[in-house]
Design a protein around this ligand. Structure first.
Ligand code: S3P
Length: 450
């Protein structure tokens, strides 16, 4: 399956050691939100450290189609001239969000309470993902949606002419759904309330407050209750995008698995709604330390130092931690393969509706590489073989999923025989410099088959 042009097979083989500093790109979640909020503010928002991956570039293109003026000044410096809340123009072309669930869901929310119509599409992965979780609450505001069966893209959203504010309990732990409702609430008069039973990443709430929206968050017995006053005038901001902990996960995990490694990954955001992987790795016995802990722009930030960790132990990952590491289970399952004993991951049904069915994609590839995996609808268990005992030596499918591709390439750095992914093209959606960055640390990654 492709959708990003000609497939790019990539092979990684045992590296001698990984050493040096890994400067990973800007946070994907925060980059999307910076562009969309910038487009909804009045005046010029300046963004530095924007992730220039395909997903975010697709969101920039979409914001231009809705009327914002966006300029790339080079080196991650961008500016956005916004049109104000309620000021979106009707796009005269189909909005193609490529591979990005975050892009399409947040943008649908942002336009759903304006009297305009827009049609959305994406690649084969995105067009297979459920959108009903977003269009259901948008219908409560008065927006209509017309998509394919099971609420899939391509889909047309007819925005509400007279939007009604809503009170919505998010039925799945999803920051995208929460954020779509909050973006829609911006142009609805009165109070929109979103309740989430499990806390998910809170970048939207933090950034709305930063742009001057009246938003409050209360922890109650019902869950996190987020209250937004509609129709604010958003003030343009200067945003410094922190580096992405989900991208940092790859060099960090690679360093734990490759003998003799010592890698520094500086300036990583450790927002508690995102940092679950690092806690889990430390519980498994990883030699992973936080250096230079500090606060930047209201977020905890640290330099991560990861060293080869030969005695990792399998653990039971607390299900309550799932949302804070939801994108990191694929690479965790790779680390678990090199640990002693079972790593048990429960409460992770959401993994089935990501860029691919991530439990299935990883389970099939890990089994082919010689690792036993058991799975159910919302759980999986990886039986680790211990360091030096994982065979590898196979070609696996990336299924248009950047994190599946990068996880198996990390795996190949420590398996006995090389690992090939059939198409590493999707890596460009979130981590366009993955290949040179890993090579600079000493990884042996080449284009082509084993
Ligand atoms: C994201 C939320 C998560 C995550 C995705 C980014 C966001 O998705 O998997 O990579 O930026 O809001 P869900 O909201 O579907 O859990």
């Amino acid at each position: 399956m492709s959708g990003h042009g000609t497939p790019i097979p990539m092979t990684s083989r045992k590296a001698a050691s990984l050493k040096g500093t890994a400067d990973v790109p800007g946070d994907k979640s925060i980059s999307h939100r910076s562009l969309i909020l910038g487009a909804l503010a009045v005046g010029e928002t300046r963004i530095s450290g924007l992730l220039e991956g395909e997903d975010v570039l697709d969101t920039a293109k979409a914001m231009r189609a809705f009327g914002a003026e966006i300029t790339d000044h080079g080196d991650g410096e961008w500016s956005v001239h916004g049109v104000g809340v309620g000021g979106f123009a009707e796009p005269d072309q189909v909005i193609d969000c490529g591979n990005s669930g975050t892009g399409v869901r947040l943008i649908m929310g942002a336009m759903a309470t304006s009297p305009i119509t827009a049609t959305f599409t994406g690649d084969a992965s995105l067009n297979g993902r459920p959108m009903g979780r977003v269009t259901d609450p948008l219908a409560l505001f008065g927006a209509q949606s017309f998509g394919r069966s099971e609420g899939r893209l391509p889909m047309t959203i007819v925005g509400a002419v007279d939007p009604i504010p809503v009170r919505y309990v998010v039925p799945v732990p999803s920051a995208q759904v929460k954020s779509a409702v909050l973006f829609a609430g911006l142009n609805a008069p009165g109070e929109t309330v979103v309740i989430e039973k499990e806390a998910t990443r809170d970048h939207t709430e933090r950034m709305f407050a930063g742009f001057g929206a009246d938003i409050s968050v209360e922890e109650t017995d019902e869950g996190r209750v987020i209250t937004l006053q509609g129709q604010p005038e958003l003030a343009p901001q200067q945003i410094v995008v922190p580096r992405d902990p989900s991208s940092a996960a790859f060099p960090v995990c690679a360093a734990l698995l490759v003998e003799g490694s010592d890698v520094l990954v500086p300036n990583i955001g450790l927002n508690p709604t995102r940092a679950g992987l690092f806690t889990t790795l430390r519980e498994m016995g990883a030699d992973l330390s936080y250096e230079n802990m500090r606060e930047e722009g209201g977020e905890p930030v640290a330099d991560l130092r990861a060293k080869f960790s030969p005695n990792l132990k399998g653990i039971e990952v607390p299900p309550a931690r799932a949302a804070s590491m939801i994108d990191e289970y694929p690479v965790l399952s790779v680390v678990a393969s090199f640990a002693e004993g079972d790593t048990v991951m429960r409460g992770v049904k959401e993994l089935r509706v990501k860029e691919s069915d991530r439990i299935d994609a990883m389970a099939q590839g890990l089994r082919a590489a010689g690792v036993a995996v058991e799975e159910g609808e919302d759980w999986w268990i990886v039986s680790g073989l211990g360091h030096g005992n994982v065979p590898g030596g196979v070609t696996v499918e990336s299924r248009l999923d950047h994190r599946i591709a990068m996880s198996f390439l990390v795996m190949g750095m420590a398996t006995e025989r090389p690992m090939t992914v059939d198409d590493a093209g999707p890596v460009a959606t979130s981590f366009p410099i993955f290949e040179p960055l890993m090579a600079q640390l000493g990884a042996q990654i080449v284009r082509g088959n084993r």
